[in-house]
Design a binder for this molecule. Sequence first.
Ligand code: PLP
Length: 390
Amino acid sequence: MVKSEERLKDIEICMHYGEVPNNYNGAVIPPTFSNTLFVYPTFEELGKAVSNEQRHFVYTRGTNPTVHIAEQKLAELERGEACKCFASGMAAISAALLNSLKSGDHVLCISNVYFSSMDFLTYMEKFHVSHSVIYSTDIADIEQALLPATKVIYLECPTDHNFRLVDLKALASLAKSRGIRTIIDNTWATPLFQKPLTHGIDIVVHSTSKYLGGHSDLMGGAVISSKQIISQLFTDEFILFGGIMPPQEASQLLRSLRTLPIRMATHEANALKVAKFLESHSAVEAVHHPGLPSHPDYELGQRQLTGYSGLLSFSLKVATYKTVKKVINKAKVFQIGVSWGSFESLIMSPNYGNNAEQLKKEHTSTGLIRISVGQGDVDELIQDLKQALA
Ligand SMILES: *Cc1c(COP(=O)(O)O)cnc(C)c1O
């Protein structure tokens, strides 16, 4: 399914791309440049650097050599022209949205997106930016939901909670014909499994706090796009808001990227086996994993994705808070907690027992349980779910 040349290229990017070993006295990994500023031999040279700060190291709130390596790797993995790394996924997402919007504009979200991204759009109402959600992944329905003021289509693919896929090529082509910018949160697939820019999407955002970090020990975000968009984002939302990825965090991210391909292979294999087990269980109503042939978007996934990550959900036949709570509390290997994309396996539900109305609005079953399948032994993980569901 993966073109092997592309796969080999990605492995090389994760390991070595953007690094210049001869510059670091032969050190096998680049050092962490924790300095805040860079000095120049003459004032004229400083002046020249300041006038083109994106291309020169002047001050770490703008550019830093360690962060720059991470940015080069992420841009190349997404087959994009440029990248800026941020302090968190939300710093990246808010910067990308602010860069794309002005007072009076409207944002269309495709089905469920990360709750803080949605909350950020609600916050934007005070600047007269409105938003709406189309609870469908069908391109004709999406077209129907566009307003004259729509300037951005914002999505995750797969969508949050229900893991439906959107045809990115068709979406990008629709948006381009209307002069609308498309922004996708590609955190779930990672650039290894989905490359939205190659389908015509304008901007990719990431939370590097999930798979890209992969060890539950770093927070960060990234925006990847054309040189033109990143250049404007650099002088505006990046430099001015200052939500940068610190060099120490970038160094951790480089550490994590080196093993991304092997980590993702394990997440993929484990999660597919877990999904197949869940599908066969009598207490389970449905399993939401686009790699299952029974998934409504399986064929689109086969064309658009080159792999599946480890986050999925399933819904219980008895869709009450009481049963959801019981299953989650019985799990032992799956730990109870938010976030995902790391070595540990996690279990939770969007049903907190007090938000049934909200879940209905979001087309989410009250029996939905979300699991992040980690790096553990898959038989042990399946055994744990089996005893929890018993
Ligand atoms: C976690 C997450 C974010 C937010 O990232 P932070 O690094 O926590 O700010 C955004 N999008 C998705 C899909 C996420 O899972």
